[in-house]
Design a protein around this ligand. Structure first.
Ligand code: CAA
Length: 257
C-alpha cells in the first residue's frame, strides 16, 4: 500500500495503521480519511490479516476533523461533500479494530477511536468532543457513541462544555479497555490484537457483528441475530478444529475456513 497520510506495518495476522499528519496533530482531513478507508478495505480482504490496529503518535491520536479544511464551507458544501459516507465505510470494517490512543483524541479523533471495537489508551490520553467551542457539534457519531459508552450525564457535559476527560476517567466511565504507561500503549494494543488473532477469524467477525447489533436493534431482534451467527459458526472448519482441539487437550490451529 502506498499512502501519504497513513502508514501501515505488519506482523503475523496483525496490521497496524498509523495516522500520519503529526504537524497538524493528525487532524482528519478528507485525504487522510479516504486513505484510511482504502487501507481498511484492503486489509479487510487480506486473509493474512485478522486484526487491525489504528494508532497515532504519542502527542496525538487525532485532534479532530481538519478545522482549516472546513472553516469556509457552507451547509450545502458540507452536504455535497458527503464526508461521512467515508466514515460509514470505515464502520463497516468486518475485522476487529483496536484504537491505540496516546495524547489527544478530540472531536473526530474521539469519534474515530469510538468507531473502533476497543480502545487501549496511554496514561497521557485525553478524550473530548470540543466541537461546541468552534460553534458546531460532533458530526461523526460522537453524540451517539459517547452517550452509549459513558451515559447521558457525562456525554452531555462533554458535548455541551467541550471538557476533556483523561485516561483514568475514560477507563472508569467504560470508554476504554485499558490504560497503560505511554511507552507501552502500542505494545499493549498488539498484545490484545495477538490474543484475538489466535482465535477463529470467522468467529471474531461473527462476534463483532453480533455485539454491534446490541446498539442497533431491540433485544428480540438482537438475540435472533446472535443465534443466526452462532449457527453460522458451525459451518466453519474452525468450529470443528476449536472443539476438537479442546477435546484433544491441544491448542487449536485456526485457518479462517
Ligand atoms: N484541524 C486543523 N488543524 C489542527 C487541528 C484541527 N482539528 N488541531 C490542531 N491543529 C493544528 C494547529 O492549527 C497547529 O497548526 P499550526 O502549527 O500550523 O498553527 C498544529 O495543529 C498544532 O496545534 P496547536 O498549536 O493548537 O497545539 P496545542 O498543543 O497548543 O493545542 C489542541 C492542542 C488543544 C489539541 C488544539 O490544537 C485544539 O484545540 N485543536 C482543535 C480540537 C478540536 O476542536 N477538534 C474538533 C474539530 S471539529 C470535528 O472533529 C467535527 C467532527 O465531529 C467530525
Amino acid at each position: 500500500m502506498s499512502f501519504i497520510n497513513v502508514t501501515a506495518e505488519y506482523q503475523p495476522y496483525i496490521a497496524l495503521i498509523e495516522l500520519n499528519r503529526p504537524k497538524e496533530l493528525n487532524a482528519l482531513n478528507l485525504q487522510l480519511m479516504a486513505e484510511l478507508r482504502d487501507a481498511l478495505q484492503q486489509l479487510d480482504q487480506d486473509t493474512q490479516v485478522r486484526v487491525i490496529i489504528i494508532t497515532g503518535n504519542e502527542r496525538a491520536f487525532a485532534a479532530g476533523a481538519d478545522i482549516k479544511q472546513m472553516a469556509g464551507k457552507t451547509a450545502i458544501d458540507m452536504l455535497n461533500l458527503d464526508q461521512f459516507s467515508t466514515w460509514d465505510q470505515i464502520r463497516k470494517t468486518r475485522k476487529p479494530l483496536i484504537a491505540a490512543v496516546s495524547g489527544y483524541a478530540l472531536g473526530g479523533g474521539c469519534e474515530l477511536a469510538m468507531t473502533c471495537d476497543m480502545i487501549v489508551a496511554s496514561e497521557t490520553a485525553q478524550f473530548g468532543q470540543p466541537e461546541i467551542k468552534i460553534g458546531v457539534i460532533p458530526g461523526a457519531g460522537g453524540t451517539q457513541r459517547l452517550t452509549r459508552a459513558v451515559g447521558k450525564a457525562r456525554a452531555m457535559e462533554m458535548v455541551l462544555t467541550g471538557k476533556f476527560i483523561n485516561a483514568g476517567e475514560a477507563l472508569r466511565y467504560g470508554l476504554v479497555n485499558k490504560v497503560v504507561p505511554v511507552e507501552l500503549y502500542r505494545e499493549e494494543a498488539v498484545k490484545l490484537a495477538r490474543q484475538i488473532a489466535g482465535m477463529s477469524p470467522i468467529a471474531a467477525k461473527l462476534g463483532k457483528e453480533a455485539v454491534n447489533r446490541a446498539f442497533e436493534t431491540h433485544l428480540d431482534e438482537g438475540l435472533h441475530f446472535e443465534r443466526k451467527n452462532f449457527y453460522l459458526a458451525f459451518a466453519s472448519e474452525d468450529q470443528q478444529e476449536g472443539m476438537q482441539a479442546f477435546i484433544d487437550k491441544r491448542p487449536p490451529n485456526y485457518q479462517g475456513k
